[in-house]
Design a protein around this ligand. Structure first.
Ligand SMILES: Nc1ncnc2c1ncn2[C@@H]1O[C@H](COP(=O)(O)OP(=O)(O)OP(=O)(O)O)[C@@H](O)[C@H]1O
Length: 266
């Protein structure tokens, strides 16, 4: 009986650390993603989800470790040129040409890719069939996001890097997004998704990025307020500093019982 080695992961993050703006975003991350795999990146605003995707796209280098595609470091010249042709990047910048029709806006990308024939079907699937010949300037926010998703399908590259793909989509749009991700994975595609919003992706791996400043801010608040409040168990229900930092009272949610939050200090 011959024991066959399992295939190597298509993407491997090997002890990767990443900095941005002198801030540590990732530290020693190890992730392997095989064909059909999905990784969801979650975390607070500014925690580094987009930075992570940019690193996967090769726009920035890891500060330590390596990102491997088919076992090759993506930052190596020769590898990078091939690797980037595998990527489909969806970001909040939609690259929509207002004066062109909706169909042109997808077909242009398809033609640049040397492909033909998928744009119309992709737009139909995303519910934009009746708007295909309208100028793109007519589109609403959600329709623009649907157009971007139609491009993903038309261009048909294996690795999708999706930054907040469900923003502006209605419930039906989110279902369509989940559907095209599932279909892409069935065909062996890989998906990396950075999101705040719930998106159902079966068997996805999750990576939660921590906001490096959060622990420090919490500690400072603890020092400023904790001793003063101890024993009184009362709160205004908001603290100017907490409200500024978190949009709500940090102490209210962590130290004080809910019933005391509407009373003032005595
Ligand atoms: N163009 C830039 N130049 C320098 N620093 C940046 C730049 N864009 C973002 N940063 C910093 O990098 C850190 C991570 O930002 P990033 O955009 O990756 O976070 P995010 O998790 O995607 O945030 P959000 O949920 O708000 O989209 C933040 O501290 C941010 O200030």
């Amino acid at each position: 009986m011959s024991l066959r080695k399992p295939p190597p992961p298509r993407m491997l993050l090997n002890n990767v650390s990443c900095m941005r703006n002198a801030q540590q975003i990732l530290r020693n991350v190890n992730v392997s993603v095989h064909d059909g795999g999905a990784l969801m990146l979650t975390g607070a605003n500014g925690s580094g989800k987009t930075t992570f995707l940019r690193m996967l796209a090769g726009y920035s280098r890891p500060s330590a470790g390596e990102v491997l595609w088919n076992g090759h470091d993506i930052t190596q010249s020769g590898v990078f040129e091939q690797y980037r042709l595998q990527l489909n990047w969806l970001s909040l910048k939609n690259a929509i040409k207002e004066k062109y029709t909706v169909l042109d806006n997808v077909q242009l990308f398809e033609i640049l890719e040397g492909k033909y024939g998928k744009s119309e079907g992709a737009l139909q699937l995303m519910g934009l069939g009746r708007l295909m010949n309208e100028k793109a300037r007519m589109l609403s926010m959600g329709q623009r996001k649907r157009l971007q998703l139609a491009r993903l399908i038309a261009i048909d590259r294996p690795i999708w890097l999706l930054d907040e793909p469900s923003v502006a989509l209605d419930a039906e749009g989110v279902k369509l997004l989940e559907y095209i991700i599932a279909e892409h994975r069935k065909n062996g595609g890989i998906v990396f998704v950075a999101t705040h919003l719930p998106i159902e992706i079966e068997d996805a791996m999750y990576l939660r990025l921590e906001d490096a400043g959060y622990a420090v801010r919490a500690w400072v608040l603890e020092l400023l307020f904790h001793s003063e409040i101890e024993g009184r168990h009362k709160c205004w229900g908001f603290c100017p500093l907490c409200t500024m930092l978190y949009g709500r009272c940090y102490l209210e949610s962590t130290i004080l019982p809910a019933s005391s939050t509407t009373e003032g200090f005595t």
